[in-house]
Design a protein around this ligand. Sequence first.
Ligand SMILES: C[S@@+](CC[C@H](N)C(=O)[O-])C[C@H]1O[C@@H](n2cnc3c(N)ncnc32)[C@H](O)[C@@H]1O
Length: 302
Amino acid sequence: MTDASASDAFWLDKQQVRAAFDRAAPTYDDIALLQREVGERMLQRLDLVKLDPAIIADVGAGTGRFSAALAKRYKNSRIIALDIAPGMLAEARRRDSLIARWFPRKHYLCGDAEALPFADHSIDLLFSNLTVQWCNDFDRTLAEFRRVLKPGGLLMFTTLGPDTLKELRQSWAHADAHNHVNAFYDMHDIGDALMRARLTTPVMDVEDFTLTYPDVMHLMRDLKALGGHNVTAGRSHGLTGPRRLTAMTAAYEQFRRDGQLPATYEVIYGHAWAPMASSAKAATAGGDVQIPLSQIGRARRE
Ligand SMILES: C[S@@+](CC[C@H](N)C(=O)[O-])C[C@H]1O[C@@H](n2cnc3c(N)ncnc32)[C@H](O)[C@@H]1O
């Protein structure tokens, strides 16, 4: 896996990421249908695991939809909603103010997934929906997750794979040489990174979703309203001229089917455990972690 470095065209400017999500916060819930669906599916996976977590961290909590769902599900847990964007956390607080009885168990923290403000071995369940794709160094992010998880703690996350927004990426390639879409790691790279982080029994699968739009402008407007537009170092820093925009829009038309333009999202689901105290030593001593092929699957959803 090649992590983005500061000299890399795909390097994400964290200030820009924060600013984009701060701006998006008030409109986010109305538009984040895919994020909601994916988070719900990840929550359902918790049905299969017997857990009684004392402390849960929702990393990249956004407007707090899933911190709230976790508080409802685990009635004795303390929940920490962590996000890099204060505007998102303000929305999360607003949501929770409607359910005041949760307040004593809820905490809101502005912070970065790549440098978590938590003590070592302090978290029982780390939940992160569609956030780690905003981190520059996936190995470092997983090392942080591993550091803060208690022995035997569970990491559950979703992220986006390289087919995400492939139609938009290909269409922009007809118009200019800049990055217009963030770079995403594939499932096998993510599996390798989980092994390097010495997380145990990783399970991963991938599911393709296709959203449809009447035109490209609707797609671009949605991406902006979600805070999901491009903030990589290699983006075009000037205004995009009308000629390039027209070339991209025309190229996107080749994908039109049944009157609609598709936008693919490749969603990767993963979970893994922090090693128990006794096996941690063995793992650091070089024990390999294997992902059975039978546990890697692909599904498709329109
Ligand atoms: C696509 S939203 C998902 C929000 C929420 N998990 C949900 O499912 O609705 C991604 C969130 O991650 C946050 N984020 C991005 N980079 C982050 C980072 N490095 N550390 C913590 N949060 C980050 C953004 O501010 C945003 O709220």
